[in-house]
Structure formats: C-alpha cells, structure tokens
Design a protein around this ligand. Structure first.
Ligand SMILES: Cc1cc2nc3c(=O)[nH]c(=O)nc-3n(C[C@H](O)[C@H](O)[C@H](O)COP(=O)(O)OP(=O)(O)OC[C@H]3O[C@@H](n4cnc5c(N)ncnc54)[C@H](O)[C@@H]3O)c2cc1C
Ligand SMILES: NC(=O)c1ccc[n+]([C@@H]2O[C@H](COP(=O)([O-])OP(=O)(O)OC[C@H]3O[C@@H](n4cnc5c(N)ncnc54)[C@H](O)[C@@H]3O)[C@@H](O)[C@H]2O)c1
Length: 561
C-alpha cells in the first residue's frame, strides 16, 4: 500500500512541488511525488481541467494510460469526421449542376485519416502538456487512498481490458487536445524500473477517464469479433460489406462513412434513428442513408451472431418476423458507459449510494465536485459523469471545474478572472446558475451535431422534452428547400429547421436543423438559447441573403412576427 503523504496546502515537503522526488517511504518500490492537483485521464476533458487548474500557481500532474488527447483525437471525433467528409462533399457536388461526377479514392481517404490522427502518435500532445508546466505521467492511475493515486506502468493493456469485448473508444481534439495523437510508447513512463509511482494530491484529484463501448448480450456476438467504434475509425481495409447494430450517433455516422467508402452497409436499429433528437431528424437521416445505398432496417434486434469462414451472420427479430443478414464485419454501436471500473473509487470514501451508482457515472455538483466525499477533494468531468458524451460539453465542464479548482486553491492572481464572475462558491455550495463557476448549459443548452451527409444540429430541448418539463411551448418548422440559400446549394437541397418557443417567456428553448451542411447554423441558435433572447429582439438579427440562415427569418415569420 502506498504511503500517504499527509502534508497539506503550501507545504514544500520532501518531494518538490510537481517534481518527482526521491521519497520512497512506505512502499517497497513506489516513488512518491506530491502535486496540488492530480488529473486521471488526458483526454480532451482531462487536459482542459489540468490546463485551467494550473493557471493560479498550482502544480498539476496528469496521468494517461494510452494516448494523450484521449479517445476523441485518435479513435472518435477526429478520425470519424475525416472518414465522413468525403461522402458529404461528393454528395453536395453531385447536386450542383455543371459539376462532373466526383469519385472517392478510399486509400487516399484512409491516408488522410492517418494524418488527422498523427499516425496514433501523441508526441505533439505530450509536448503541449509539458510546455504548460503540467507533468504528464504515463501509466494506469488508481486511487488507493483519499488524495492518493498509484500509477502502474502497464497502462495500455489495462484500459483496453476495461473496454473489453468490442473495443475501447476514445477521441481527442482541439486546443489543449488539438495537437497530435500519440502512440502509447510513453516518454514519461510511470517509473524507469516499472515500479508504481505514487502521486499525492494536496488539493484535488480529478477523474476524467471517459467512457467505453457497451455491448449488448447477444448470443455469439463476442466470438464473432465485433468491431467497436475504435475498429471502425482506425480501419485499414474497407470491408466489402458491413452490418451496423444501433441507431444512435455512432451507428448513423459510420454507416454513412462506410457507404461512401464503398461498403455495402446494413443498419439494424431496434427503434427509430437518433431517438434522443426530434423525430424528423432520424427520419430524414434514414432517408438520406437509404439514398446512399444503406439498407436501413428499423425495429430490428439481433438475436444471434455467428462467424464462419470469415463471414458474419446476424439473425435478427424484426419487421416481417426478422431475417438473417451476412457481411464481412459487424460494428456494434449500442452506446457507451462511463469508465469508472478499476479506478479504486471505493478507496475514495464515496457514500454507499454513489458507489452503487458508479456504473451510471459519477455524481457531481455544477463545479464538478463529486458529492459526499469527506474533505471535498474529488472532482470529475466529461464522459465519466455518464450524462452527456460529447467533447465540447465535456470541455465546458472541464473549464468550469479547472477554474473552480484554480480559484479555490490557487495562490497566484489569475489575469482576467477577477474581472468577471465574482468569487468561487465554497465547496459543497451550489453556485448560482449561469455564473462563472457553474456548468449550467449542460442541461438547457447542450449542443450536438451529427455529421452524416444529411447533418443534424441541435441545441437545448426537443418539443417533447420541453412539454415533459411542463413548459407551454409552440413549435415552428421551416422547410429548408424553400429558402433561397437552400435552393442555391443545389436543386435537391432540403431539410428542416425547428424552433421550440417557451410561450411564457417568448424565448427559444430548443432548436434543431436537419439537412446538408447545417452544422454551422447551430451556434446562432445556441446563442439565442443561452442568452434567452426574446423573439421580438431576435427579429432584429437580420440574416444575409441568400444564405440558408434565412431560415431564421422564415421561422420568426412562421411564429407570427
Ligand atoms: C466514434 C465516436 C465519434 C465521436 N465524435 C464526436 C464528435 O464529433 N464530437 C463530439 O463532441 N464528441 C464526439 N464523440 C464523443 C467524444 O469522443 C467524447 O465525448 C470525448 O472523447 C470525452 O472526452 P473525455 O476526456 O471525457 O474522455 P476520453 O476522450 O475517453 O479520454 C479519457 C482518457 O482517460 C484515459 N484513462 C482512462 N482510465 C485511465 C486511468 N485509470 N489512468 C490513466 N488514464 C486513464 C484514457 O486512456 C483516455 O485517454 C465521439 C465518440 C465516438 C465513440
Ligand atoms: N457527432 C457526435 O457528437 C458524436 C459522434 C459519435 C458519438 N458521439 C457520442 O458517443 C456516445 C455513444 O454513441 P452511440 O451511438 O454508441 O450511443 P447512443 O446512445 O447515441 O445510441 C445507442 C443506440 O444503440 C441502441 N441500443 C442500445 N442498446 C441496444 C441493444 N441492446 N440492442 C440493440 N440496440 C441497442 C439504442 O437504441 C440507440 O439507438 C453518444 O453519447 C454520443 O453523444 C457523439
């Protein structure tokens, strides 16, 4: 068991701040180092927390078991979008009169994907981390006592084991997480002799360990070597045929990408597509996928999977009594679960109900502080919370969490921070919504874009969700084909824009856009929702002619303004 260094606050103990020390007390082979903050997981969320927390003079270590930059950079957001873009561009070009038929070179697309993920080499990310003064510790971290993390060198296999079955998923992205991916050949291994390192956090430990795919319990599935999203996004040879199981974001995006790359894709969804969004979104994406040659089977649940002679056979119950579909590969995209196992959270002093809830994620307040832990030293952000699983919302939580830690424990003045938002609330005190240290937007203003060629971009509540919350809402829809900017995109351009208006306040509480290239329409709606801009004021925001954004004019006219 690691020796817990109980030094507090500003003590400069045997190990210098943030610098690996020579202290070997208590553990036979363990090195003990003391930092103010230890972050578990260097995905986009962990990196952002670490960056923010370090800005008021706190020493910060970040522990990463695989690649700095996380799932998003190497196996999720970035490679998936690199695989999706060619199909969308080709479809858009096909719709413009006078443009010769575009073709897709699969090998070139995969080569570009390799560039986007920096050949799974995270040295750029590692360099960025080190350049900020944060210490990157390579290895698998586990909480062994309050404020104490032990880091084991055998990191890569442990996280893969955790993802088990289908595969682990992770991704990276932008600023902190914008650089290059890594390759799991650590530059900062947990210790030269392979012995665990013990990291003591004087102030806070932040769990940002992400999520892993969830596999349904279907007979024969595991033996059929199914793909998870990692296998799909890192594919080296495009299969001639692919069965995709699931109707969520991963399923529709990957079905679209592989269809564009030349696979014959069958998508089996147990209900409609994109069930968490407005129903027209899933219906239009299904139609678009069918147009791209995908066999979309709705109401289909796999009952048995077999692989023989390299071919996968998937029997499913569904329309007309079900059927069997055959393909070269099967991708399972049936959701993700927070990565909370084997993190030693039992040693963290979580209350019994929180321990029971761990498979569903860690419960935090609006600053990211885990509820019910003595001493208020445990924080969490991102996919591991089990609430929202997108990089941008995770990074938003991370900015709030990192800033709250920096403000609660830091010593240096942080330029710019005092200028807005006031003082940080005491640990355990809920901050006021929409104030500096509250991740309020996670509820009423969360955003998501689905990057299929017929995109879906949504913010806030669907009409059904708003009604469930007891709001008196009015819904306005506009056909994007009727907007001059839409017509100019191409004769077959079409889609839908919807706003959900809270009639009591005359503000938009939700908006959804479905159609080619609508992603960039989203932020205007997000600003309207977060700003609670009254419709009568929004009326003065004049969209330029002839852009697809003129849909806003039609939406307000549809409302009666
Ligand atoms: C196919 C796919 C496509 C996606 N596309 C998008 C998109 O376009 N846009 C979007 O916003 N979101 C997208 N997402 C979601 C996005 O990838 C996640 O929301 C995001 O990666 C979450 O970031 P995170 O830092 O919480 O977790 P992760 O990115 O999973 O990072 C967690 C990190 O912690 C490390 N780790 C775990 N346990 C330990 C441990 N014990 N010790 C040390 N390190 C540990 C892992 O190795 C990993 O690097 C996509 C997801 C998938 C699967
Ligand atoms: N563009 C993006 O922002 C993006 C892209 C990909 C993934 N992500 C994130 O990654 C997360 C995971 O994506 P996902 O698509 O795996 O999950 P999801 O929750 O979006 O969809 C899961 C799908 O699997 C189905 N399903 C669940 N259990 C099943 C079972 N036992 N049998 C058959 N079907 C079953 C559900 O009905 C649903 O259609 C999401 O939270 C998403 O936000 C985001």
């Amino acid at each position: 068991m690691a020796n817990v260094n109980t030094t507090n606050s500003t003590d400069k103990d045997q190990t210098r701040d943030g610098v690996p020390g020579e202290d070997r007390r208590g553990h036979e082979h363990s090195r003990q180092e003391t930092y103010d903050v230890v972050v578990l997981g260097a995905g986009p969320v962990g990196e952002n927390v670490a960056d923010r927390a370090s800005r008021t003079g706190l020493s910060v270590a970040i522990v990463e078991a695989e690649l700095a930059g996380g799932e998003c950079s190497y196996w999720a957001c970035m490679p998936s979008k690199a695989l999706l873009r060619p199909g969308a561009v080709a479809a858009a070009a096909r719709d413009v009169p006078g443009v010769s038929a575009p073709s897709i070179d699969g090998a070139a697309v995969l080569a570009h994907r390799d560039e986007v993920v920096h050949d799974w080499d995270d040295s750029g990310q590692a360099d960025w981390i080190e350049s900020t003064g944060i210490t990157l510790v390579r290895g698998f971290g586990r909480i062994v006592a309050p404020r104490t993390v032990e880091v084991e060198a055998t990191a890569v296999s442990r996280v893969e084991d955790d993802a088990s079955s289908a595969s682990g998923d992770s991704a990276s992205n932008g600023s902190p997480s914008n650089g290059s991916p890594s390759n799991g050949s650590p530059s900062n291994e947990s210790s030269a002799d392979g012995a665990p390192r013990t990291l003591v956090a004087r102030r806070a430990v932040v769990v940002a360990t992400g999520s892993v795919p969830r596999l349904p319990d279907v007979p024969g599935l595991l033996r059929a070597a199914p793909w998870g999203s990692r296998e799909a996004t890192s594919v080296e040879t495009v299969p001639a045929s692919l069965v995709v199981v699931g109707g969520g974001v991963v399923a529709v995006e990957m079905a679209d990408a592989f269809a564009a790359l030349g696979s014959h894709v069958t998508l089996l969804a147990r209900s409609g597509l994109l069930g968490a969004m407005e129903s027209f979104a899933g219906e239009q994406v299904a139609e678009s996928l069918r147009g791209a040659g995908v066999d979309v089977v709705l109401g289909a649940s796999p009952s048995r999977v077999d692989r023989t002679d390299g071919r996968v056979r998937v029997a499913y119950d569904g329309p007309d009594g079900g059927a069997v579909v055959e393909a070269d590969e099967i991708l399972v995209a049936t959701g993700r679960v927070p990565r909370t196992t084997d993190l030693g959270l039992e040693a963290a002093g979580l209350p019994a109900d929180a321990l029971e809830d761990l498979p569903r994620g860690l419960g935090v307040d609006a600053t990211g502080l885990v509820r019910g832990v003595d001493g208020d030293w445990l924080y969490a952000s991102g996919d591991v919370l089990g609430s929202i699983a997108t990089t941008h919302q995770g990074k938003y939580q991370a900015r709030v969490c990192g800033d709250a830690i920096a403000a609660r424990f830091g010593t240096d003045e942080r330029e710019g921070v005092a200028a807005w938002g006031g003082s940080v609330p005491a640990a355990g005190t809920d901050p006021e919504p929409w104030t500096r240290y509250a991740s309020t937007a996670d509820g009423p203003a969360k955003t998501q874009v689905v990057f299929t060629r017929h995109q879906v971009a949504a913010v806030g509540l669907t009409a059904a969700q708003a009604r469930e919350e007891g709001l008196d809402v009015r819904v306005v829809d506009v056909d994007l084909a009727g907007v001059a900017g839409g017509y100019l995109m191409g004769p077959s351009y079409g889609g839908t824009a919807r706003i959900v208006v809270d009639e009591a306040r005359h503000v938009i509480v939700g908006a959804t856009f479905a159609g080619p290239e609508v992603a960039e329409m989203l932020h205007a709606a997000t600003v309207a929702v977060v700003g609670e801009v009254p419709l009568e004021r929004l009326w003065h925001a004049v969209p330029a002619y002839p852009t697809v954004s003129e849909a806003w004019l039609r939406l307000l006219e549809g409302y009666g303004l």
